[in-house]
Design a protein around this ligand. Sequence first.
Ligand code: ARG
Length: 286
Amino acid sequence: MSRPTFLMTDPGHYDVSYRINPWMSPDAWSPAKARAALAGSAALRAALEAAGGLVEMIPAEPGLPDLVFPANAATVLNGTVLLARFRHPERQGEEGPFRAMFERLKARGVVRRIVDLPEGMFHEGAGDAIWDRTRGLFWTGHGPRSHAGAGQVIAETFGQPVVALELASERFYHLDTCFRPLDGGQVLYYPPAFTPEALAAIEARIAPADRIIATAEDAAAFCVNAVCIERTVIMAQAPSDLRTRLEAHGYRLAEVDLSSFILSGGAAFCMTLRLDQTALPALQEA
Ligand code: ARG
């Protein structure tokens, strides 16, 4: 079996200099936060590698601070890359460098096929399209950043079922801030982030025993925005008894100080993009 492979971006040009979500505070940015960001990114990389992961680095680009969130670059499954299109002009400049990175990965055989969204459609990659390997489906988020119609495009591009969830608030503007299927089948999520219809769609598909409900504190600490490698869950520092609750489900928790990235509205999941996900063969015809 190949090693779990993740894209990350060199944080050398990361900062918080504009505000496109309610978490972003340019005023709170400082040279100390910049130093902490370098340390946080390195610690996340080390945690991924310690859990058996392999990391591919995208070079930093001046003027594109949010390039450090490659989850928003694309949706990836079975070697197919559906490139993202960003809602906000502040991030649209990232599309070129991300495309160039995927072209290099394709030349090396790491990915197989690169696909574009239809003209005029916004969709912010794995931030709003999370593969659930247990159920063999994509959960997609729409509202603040991604168009609802992108769910259908994802279903057709990957030939997989999609459950589209409408996000109810600007605070939880990407699905990955409030919803995280774990490798063992449980789902960590924050119910107030969803519309009543979305919540009903979640509850229809996830058995009560598999629901791990994040508290408001867990969500605000960006702990739902976690990476899962088998039984290891890597996340920003957990504020509550979340560790105990995850351990009760058989997970090991690796916490990383990502406070400099939370100042931009992101943490572990969106600082990475998983490249090697595959649908189980039995589900590929779905
Ligand atoms: N500042 C970035 C933005 O607002 C943070 C993105 C975090 N990404 C994510 N998938 N949650 O776009």
